[in-house]
Design a protein around this ligand. Structure first.
Ligand code: 2AM
Ligand code: CA
Length: 255
């Protein structure tokens, strides 16, 4: 029977292969479809990568389950061995900028996250680990979270969230040296892990935050919704990745 370590090695291979495929096809003519609104897009390559990753996982591990963004597989994470897939995180960047998009994969057993992967495709940086595995970017260990003051660092948040001041997120953002927004939740969470950002917050789905929550946990971060609770891992939510040591201070600014 496959061990978790076997699955982790397999996961690194299929995520790097998916990224390699996307790099090869970066300048192909894209078929683009609109999903929930004009800015929520999917291309034929999102779908191809979703299908390919799903098929590879299910042929290697036929009893496992899939929770994917771009197909009908939506297994709840609480039960069984569940792989959470976002084939392209930052599809708008993929279409318009040809950079700053990621392949995301996370693995859960009965709701417990055992490893996560965030692959920055054009920079060839694979953030991976969690659970029993150290958290690395490629082969380099990432640092434990810092309790640096908000006033000495940056928050990742998009303009729409600041404009809405949803749950006081704009008030919270004003405590930082500045805001940054790159249009990929996965990469923004990865930038918290490297400490380019102190915090990242966005309105996202489980496939956008699953890997980051597992990677972050191992380094002293916590991924919470804006009520300070663990997110549901079912629908879209406002979530924050932040050092555990800074959660109480954050709550002073959120309502
Ligand atoms: P996606 O590219 O996988 O959809 C900025 O748009 C970030 O928010 C991206 O990480 C994007 O992920 C995510 N996001 C989640 N839901 C979205 C939606 N309905 N429309 C646009 N972006 C969404
Ligand atoms: Ca996506």
């Amino acid at each position: 029977m496959a061990t978790v370590a076997d699955k982790y090695t397999f996961a690194q291979k299929i995520v790097r292969d998916a990224g390699g495929f996307l790099r090869q096809h970066l300048y192909d003519e894209l078929t683009v479809e609109v999903k929930s609104n004009f800015a929520d897009l999917v291309t034929h390559l999102d779908k191809e990568v979703q299908t390919s990753m799903t098929q590879q996982i299910l042929s290697a591990f036929p009893d496992d389950l899939i929770f994917g963004e771009e197909d009908e597989n939506r297994a709840p994470i609480e039960k069984g061995n569940v792989w959470v897939i976002d084939p392209i995180d930052g599809t708008v960047n993929f279409i318009v900028q040809k950079t700053d998009f990621a392949v995301l994969l996370a693995y859960f057993e009965d709701g417990v996250g055992l490893f996560g992967l965030i692959y920055d495709v054009t920079n060839d940086l694979l953030y991976h680990g969690g659970g029993e595995f150290p958290v690395l970017v490629n082969d380099e260990q990432l640092p434990f979270s810092t309790d640096k003051a908000f006033s000495q660092g940056l928050i990742g948040i998009n303009a729409g969230l600041v404009e809405q001041n949803y749950a006081g997120l704009a008030n919270f953002s004003r405590q930082f040296l500045g805001t940054r927004s790159i249009g990929s939740a996965g990469l923004s969470f990865a930038h918290v892990l490297t400490q380019r950002l102190l915090v990242h917050t966005s309105y996202v789905y489980p496939w956008d935050y699953a890997a980051a929550s597992i990677l972050g946990q191992k380094l002293g971060y916590v991924l919470l919704n804006v009520n300070g609770e663990k997110p549901s891992f079912t629908g879209r939510e406002h979530v924050v990745l932040i050092a555990k040591s800074k959660v109480n201070e954050m709550k002073r600014y959120l309502q």
